[in-house]
Design a protein around this ligand. Structure first.
Ligand code: NAP
Length: 501
């Protein structure tokens, strides 16, 4: 049998790097990180559209153990996130484990050798004692199923495949989608377009963005006295936590907290848009939090510019020269931008085929039953598998909270295995079921179940109508459980050691 790595990690974004750092801390040095793109950084490598910036305060959107005092703004631009990822990979020496341009097609647990066989699209197989998928939640771009889109003779560009060579200056640009990506991109497109038509199916809640350059003196203080930046991080994290826990997760008991968020967005819209007809078109008809809200000071005013149209009539089809709406009107376009987001539930959970014990196919099993992973990370019948982008894994609003919660879970799990001198773990079915029951009950209090979300078309909801992406607990509780979960929730054993040849 060929070489067996300690672990194969799929994905070299912040999640994959966090997992690699944790494994190295636990003494596992033979790691293989497989990345389909040509460099590390995940979403911050793939997304390069104009206006790209983090929409969580930067002091919070970073690893707590690697604060970056150099963020230029409160909400750093995308390029700084990419540079930060590069810095972390080098400082924590995980780049040497990475191989780029490698597409993983699937993985299968081999009970005889107690290892994972990971298939690559060139037909080769890599083996790992542990398998970790860190493929991101938003990694499979969604192409809209609109008739005729392939007929369009102009340029078509999805936001995840931004091409700086596409000429935008003075062009007639159409953009489909008004999610968080479009909210960043639309003001930038309006600056250069000859004419811009925005196709909106569902309006988004937008709140004011308290942004600005971080003064040099503050950056110096962050660098010299890290405690000051930790305090800024704590403040940012606490605000997000209150928004999430009070405004979204405890909706049934604290509807007023949700109403505060909604009112802030409505006031922002009212201040920025005076025309009642335009304002009505931009006003969501679902509860705040059903769908990811975002921040912007420039989005709404863009629609008041004379060369920008907001089109809310359903798109009927695309033809060679533009878009035709259901009422027969047409807009001729030179460039069509697809800000149509990602396919989570059909293609991302999981992003590759994963076959566990008894030939259980993870994607099939989730779709045929219910989506669940114990503590958002492990699944019964999938020994030695950590699924980092799982149902109920996303905790809090900054993705780094999720990453570090999972690192804590790994620390407890791998420490236990080392103490017991075993190397195979598998979560018990009963523990997984108990976790699912508990999360289901908690979800009942959230805006997703108790609020009015039917018209939100939110990607938080899966094909069963369940909003199982976000963990319905506080981040403190998620972190506490990650560090203290009952070890009896797992079965442990020693692997038969395969002989490497
Ligand atoms: P998204 O939120 O899923 O938005 C996709 C948009 O495309 C929606 O407005 C959707 O309309 C529309 N759409 C999709 N298919 C369509 C069709 N066939 N016809 C008409 N409209 C269609 O995707 P996103 O904007 O890329 O954002 C995804 C997530 O990325 C965000 O929620 C956020 O978590 C993250 N993000 C983060 C940052 C950051 O700075 N951290 C920045 C950007 C994005 P419907 O709503 O009607 O489906």
């Amino acid at each position: 049998m060929s070489h067996v790595h300690d672990a194969v990690i799929v994905g070299a974004g912040f999640g994959g790097m966090g997992a690699a750092i944790q494994l190295r801390r636990m003494g596992y040095d033979d790691l293989l990180i497989l990345e389909r793109e040509d460099d590390l950084g995940g979403t911050w490598h793939v997304n390069r559209y104009p206006g790209l910036a983090v929409d969580i305060p930067s002091a919070t959107y970073s690893y707590s153990f690697e604060p970056n005092p150099h963020w230029s703004r409160l909400f750093a631009p995308g390029a700084e996130l990419k540079a930060y990822a590069t810095h972390v990979a080098d400082k924590y020496d995980v780049r040497k484990h990475m191989r780029f341009g490698i597409v993983v097609t699937g993985a299968r647990w081999d009970d005889a050798t107690s290892c994972w066989e990971v298939r690559l699209d060139d037909g080769t197989v890599e083996r790992g004692r542990y398998l970790l998928t860190a493929t991101g939640f938003l990694s499979q771009p969604r192409m809209p199923d609109i008739a005729g889109i392939d007929e369009f003779a102009g340029e078509v560009v999805h936001t995840t495949r931004w091409d700086d060579d596409v000429e935008l200056e003075g062009k007639r640009i159409g953009i489909i989608g008004t999610g968080a990506t479009a909210v960043q991109l639309i003001p930038k497109l309006a600056k250069v377009a000859g004419h811009l038509t925005v196709y909106q199916r569902t309006p988004i809640y937008v709140s004011p963005k308290v942004d600005g350059p971080v003064p040099g003196a503050v950056r110096k203080a962050f660098a010299k006295v890290p405690l000051t930046q930790r305090a800024a991080r704590l403040a940012g994290t606490s605000i997000l936590e209150v928004m999430m826990v009070a405004g979204v997760l405890h909706y049934r008991n604290l509807p007023w907290a949700n109403a505060i968020g909604k009112a802030a967005c409505e006031r922002h819209l009212k201040r920025q848009i005076k025309n009642p007809e335009l304002r009505a078109k931009l006003t969501p008809d679902y509860d705040f939090g059903c769908k990811r809200p975002t921040f912007s000071n420039t989005y709404y005013p863009t629609f008041t510019r004379p060369h920008v149209d907001l089109e809310t009539t359903t798109i009927d089809h695309v033809d060679k020269t533009g878009i035709v709406t259901a009422d027969g009107r047409r807009a001729d376009l030179d460039v069509l931008v697809l800000a149509t987001g990602f396919n989570l539930w059909d293609e991302n959970f999981p992003a590759i085929q994963v076959i566990g014990r008894d030939v259980r196919d993870l994607g099939q099993w989730w779709r045929d039953n219910r989506f669940c992973a114990y503590e958002g990370i492990t699944v019964p019948k999938f020994p030695n598998f950590l699924s980092l982008n799982s149902p109920y894994s996303y905790s809090g609003l900054s993705y780094f909270t999720t990453i570090e919660t999972q690192m804590a879970h790994m620390e407890r799990l791998f420490s236990a295995m080392q103490a017991k001198d075993v190397d195979v773990f598998e979560v018990r079915e009963e523990a997984n079921q108990e976790f699912l029951d508990r999360m289901t009950e908690l979800l009942g209090n959230s805006v997703f179940n108790a609020g009015s979300c039917a018209t939100a078309r939110s990607y938080y909801f899966n094909q069963h109508g369940e909003a199982v992406l976000l963990r319905p607990t506080s981040t403190l509780s998620a972190h506490r459980e990650a560090a203290h979960f009952p070890l009896d929730d797992y079965e442990f054993r020693r692997a038969e050691r395969p002989v490497a040849v």
